[in-house]
Design a protein around this ligand. Structure first.
Ligand SMILES: C[S@@+](CC[C@H](N)C(=O)[O-])C[C@H]1O[C@@H](n2cnc3c(N)ncnc32)[C@H](O)[C@@H]1O
Length: 350
């Protein structure tokens, strides 16, 4: 199987190179409105935001900054195929403007925008990112009533374009190969993710902090909501984490980024994923084997045999699972082409 990975420098408010209904999954994290590191970026996208901030008009600036994102969500709906998913990682912002501290609820503003666009909202995920910072409690300390709850979570909002996806015959086969393990399902489809730690934010280049999410975040979402061979888009691709996760899971990808300076970083992230891809697969297989051994040691049945591996699986749906391994890297003028290898079927006697 071959997949292609195309980093594209453009403004995601106009994804003219992407036809209508051409993408199977969108995983993304935009710049967060009302977080100071993004003020200048929003100032370039929607010029009236800077005067509003200077005039201490916090809520008006929040609304104006979201208008830049609204245009991208509209484009996302256009390029998404019917029945396919849009996953948005977003954190709310807390900020004092002219001495007034308040929460800028980015997640509910984006939820409202996506509902207006006709997307179907689905149960979301709360990503809990604990901080050990000694100054994490804000406000009046031990005296009521002027202290603020410590904000240690972000959201992963999940939407679908219309009703359930209808799978063609070829897609049904790829769907069975794209199964995940029962125990992964139990972890990934929980509404609270506590086991994902943030990734290093240091970067050399256009900004001091990368604002990257950890590789595991798009990795899980891609496994949960797309098939091997599908096309995944990230309209705010930044350092290329979503594309790297698509490469590692055997999906094709397109990443849109406004800043041309990030192009070499995106290719470097893809290269890292190509080199590490086999390790992530080996790690998942090792974890599954120990899960099965632990279950059998407790005298519990693990009923089915995997067709392509030398282990058992808990459910019939997992039998045809095949985790593709990136094997060959080829770079063309504007994209990277990856050849993936699948495990051969096992002798049923083993
Ligand atoms: C929060 S960062 C994404 C980080 C990414 N998830 C990663 O892991 O590296 C948002 C990115 O969107 C880019 N961006 C902002 N506005 C954009 C626009 N209108 N079109 C395309 N990219 C944009 C920024 O330059 C930034 O790199």
């Amino acid at each position: 199987m071959k997949t292609t990975h195309h980093p594209h420098i453009a403004d995601a408010r106009q994804m003219d190179t992407l036809p209508d209904a051409s993408v199977h999954l969108i995983v993304t994290s935009p710049p967060y409105p009302m977080v100071e590191m993004w003020d200048a970026v929003f100032g370039e996208l929607v010029p009236e935001t800077l005067p509003l901030l200077e005039a201490s008009q916090g809520m008006a600036a929040f609304e104006a900054q979201h208008r830049a994102l609204d245009a991208v969500w509209e484009e996302c709906v256009r390029v998404l195929k019917p029945g396919c998913f849009l996953c948005i990682n977003i954190g709310d912002a807390t900020r004092s403007i002219a001495g007034e501290f308040c929460l800028y609820p980015n997640h509910s503003r984006i939820m409202a925008a996506c509902l207006r666009l006709g997307l179907t909202p689905l149960p979301d995920i709360l990503w809990r990112k604990p901080t050990n910072a000694p100054n994490k409690f804000m406000g009046s300390g031990m005296l009521p009533a002027g202290a603020y709850v410590t904000y240690e979570h972000e959201y992963i909002l999940l939407f679908r374009k219309g009703g359930k996806r209808i799978f063609s015959e070829d897609e049904q086969e790829r769907r069975r190969a794209s199964a995940y393990f029962w125990e992964e399902r139990n972890l990934w489809f929980s509404d609270l993710w506590t086991d994902l730690i943030g990734t290093t934010q240091k970067m050399r280049g256009p900004r001091e902090r990368s604002a990257a999410f950890p590789f595991e975040l798009p990795y899980r979402l891609i496994e949960m909501y797309s098939l091997q061979g599908d096309l995944v888009l990230d309209p705010f691709v930044g350092t290329g984490t979503t594309m790297a996760a698509a490469l590692a899971t055997g999906r094709s990808s397109i990443g849109i980024e406004r800043l041309p300076e990030l192009h070499p970083q995106i290719v470097a992230t893809l290269k890292g994923s190509f080199e590490e891809g086999a390790h992530r697969v080996a790690e998942r297989l090792r974890a599954h084997r120990s899960f099965v051994e632990a279950r059998q040691a407790q005298g519990k049945e693990v009923k089915y045999r995997a067709i392509h591996y030398d282990f058992s699986v808990l459910t019939r749906q997992e039998r045809e699972v095949q985790l593709p391994i990136p094997k060959d890297w080829e770079e063309t003028a504007d994209r990277v082409v990856i050849t993936h290898q699948f495990p051969p079927p096992q002798d049923p006697a083993t």
